[in-house]
Design a protein around this ligand. Structure first.
Ligand code: SF4
Length: 327
């Protein structure tokens, strides 16, 4: 989904380094993308591709030795990568919601879920105690918690893993944010409830008008949930485009490999294709295109020159096979 509206989030040439005893290591390398209001952008890639770090930098939670080395992050027209920790903390609660893999990361075990929801609601919205409690109960009902009037006074340990993640979704959305960062929101959950939680996340964000960055290693999750997808490899976006286009007709050889790993019912394929090899370590990034040691279509120049993103169809691809193509 691309719209003519002003983007809710605009990331420009963002680079993140880690300062180590080996010297600075580049973990995210000059990524650029926009997010339209209400849009769901999937960020997909293997562990270490830089997708979670990008989400962490946007929420202002990047910790030393990680640091933003270059680039800008604009949220609702305001530059936010230069804000103080306190300014970012306020923005995070009110305008940017976060959902992590483990619901217990987001929940305080010593407070009832109601206390946590009411605290978030009252910190960011002008509501009295009774109105905030009612909003908390309404949100618990909306995310599918049975008997919310009773369960609002229970502690996180009294909920199952799936129910806890429902509470976290309520917590992320109860202060009316315009952006939610969801980092592997279903990876820790039982397979049987993953689809329900993804459907709920999608519905809640649509109903409340929040855009989403959905970070996952699972292309199947993106295919089911997102409007657009950014495929990341070794700290770069190698392809970005509409989900249905990238899934059906991926251009970058790495995207093609990822698409072949999505199980398709009735495809007759008994084994999922794997991409040979592993993503390079930050300490040992190859020259040129970082994917060249694993790429079945590598050209001689791929070892020497890093490809830049170019428009291909309605998306963008960073690969020498498409340099000079704008069709
Ligand atoms: Fe393969 Fe070369 Fe494209 Fe990299 S730039 S994905 S090595 S063809």
């Amino acid at each position: 989904m691309t719209t003519q509206q002003n983007p809710v989030l605009s990331v420009r040439d963002l680079s993140i380094y880690f300062d180590t005893r080996f010297g600075p290591l580049r973990a995210v390398d000059g990524i650029t993308f926009d997010l339209a209001p209400g849009e769901i952008l999937g960020m997909v890639g293997e562990s270490g591709a830089g997708k979670s770090l990008t989400g962490t930098a946007i929420t202002g939670l990047l910790e030393r030795p990680g640091r933003i080395d270059r680039g800008e992050i604009h949220f609702e027209g305001q530059r936010i990568d230069t804000l103080s920790a306190e300014e970012m903390r306020r923005l995070r609660g009110r305008k940017i919601g976060a959902i992590f893999q483990d619901p217990l990361t987001s929940l305080n075990p010593l407070m009832t879920v109601g206390q946590q929801l009411i605290q978030t609601i009252r910190t960011h919205l002008k509501l009295g105690q009774a109105a905030a409690r009612q909003r908390a109960i309404d949100f618990l009902a909306e995310v599918g918690i049975p008997a919310p009037e009773a369960r609002v006074d229970q502690y996180p340990h009294q909920f199952s893993g799936g129910m806890r993640q429902r509470v976290v979704i309520a917590l992320a959305l109860c202060a009316k944010p315009s952006l939610v960062i969801a980092d592997e929101p279903t990876t820790a959950l039982d397979v049987s409830i993953q689809a329900q939680i993804l459907d709920l996340l999608k519905k809640m964000c649509r109903d409340h008008g929040a855009a989403v960055i959905l970070v996952t290693h699972d292309m199947g999750v993106i295919a089911e949930t997102a409007d657009r997808v950014a495929v990341m490899y070794s700290g770069r976006i190698v392809e970005i485009g509409l989900v249905e286009k990238v899934v059906r007709d991926p251009h970058h050889p790495y995207s093609s490999g990822l698409m072949q790993s999505i199980p398709r019912v009735g495809s007759g394929v008994e084994r999922l294709t794997q991409i040979d090899g592993a993503m390079p370590q930050l300490t040992d990034l190859p020259g040129g295109c970082a994917f060249h040691p694993r790429c079945p279509r590598a050209l001689s120049e791929c070892k020497i020159t890093q490809p830049t993103p170019v428009p291909v169809g309605s998306g963008q691809v960073a690969c020498h096979l498409f340099q000079g193509e704008t069709a």
